[in-house]
Design a protein around this ligand. Structure first.
Ligand code: ATP
Length: 242
């Protein structure tokens, strides 16, 4: 199957801090890739590199076979890459519907009836339709996470990047979110999901990579990767030979 995203030897440092170290991997079209790794490993920076808010020092990013390394964030967003942020970033004074409309008009380039219809469809999908007229600033954590998803989906992405969207949710809320993400995936959208809530991640992804100090230190089937020495030692902080 064709790759939707390919990273080739992507490197980026901030002075002595390396956030991407010859990072290479592929995401197949329609696949869901999970990303784990310790705090500060460079996971969010990797999303910044993919979305174009951060420029790599070297390496190449291909989206649907096209080299996008030199294109700016707005072009990548219009081109089909959308993300959610670890800390939800809605326009708090606008309603949920208005927030969705900002994404539909600015990122997806729709207007009028077409934009409204997309927003209503997405709000239905993310379970926020009943809150369409609520100010974003007054939402619960789960609903703020749903709004992050909504805003990303209103950009009509073919690749959706999720950054720790399950953090802080209750078990039941996590379950709801996992169902929603699986349904999104069912529509053909490819997903890369950075998540510390591993059981939520494993309920969605079919492949996992482990990142530490910007390096990919593990990759493969999620169960095998979770049981690996690298994950035991570095991600879970357990001495493998203890
Ligand atoms: N613009 C920047 N300038 C300088 N240092 C930065 C910048 N962005 C990130 N960093 C540093 O790069 C490192 C990696 O940060 P990043 O947020 O990518 O990690 P992360 O794996 O997403 O961590 P977490 O799991 O805590 O979200 C951190 O030490 C961070 O302080």
């Amino acid at each position: 199957m064709a790759a939707i995203l390919t990273l080739e030897n992507l490197s980026k440092s901030f002075g002595a801090v390396t956030v991407a170290d010859a990072l290479s991997y592929e995401v197949e079209k329609g696949a869901a890739l999970g990303v784990i790794g310790p705090n500060g490993a460079g996971k969010t920076s990797m999303f910044n590199l993919i979305t174009g808010t951060l420029a790599p020092d070297s390496g190449t990013i291909r989206f649907e076979g096209r080299d996008i390394t030199g294109s700016n964030a707005a072009a990548r967003s219009r081109g089909g890459i959308a993300r959610s942020f670890q800390v939800p970033q809605p326009f708090s004074h606008l309603t949920v519907f208005e927030n969705a409309m900002v994404a539909a008009t600015q990122a997806a380039g729709l207007s009028g009836r077409k934009a409204e219809e997309l927003c209503l469809d997405v709000l239905d999908q993310t379970g926020l339709l009943g809150k369409a007229n609520t100010a974003a600033g007054g939402l619960t954590l789960l609903n703020r996470k749903r709004l992050e998803l909504t805003r990303a989906l209103c950009a009509k992405p073919r690749l959706l990047l999720l950054d720790e969207i399950a953090g802080g949710l209750t078990e039941a809320e996590c379950h709801t979110l996992v169902d929603t993400i699986n349904a999104i995936r069912g529509t053909g959208v490819s997903i890369i999901w950075i998540e510390h809530v591993v059981h939520a991640l494993l309920a969605v992804v079919d492949r996992l990579i482990v990142i530490d100090f910007g390096r990919k230190i593990g990759e493969g089937d999620p169960k095998t990767v979770m049981a690996s020495r690298e994950v035991q030692e570095i991600y879970l902080g357990i001495e493998a030979d203890a």
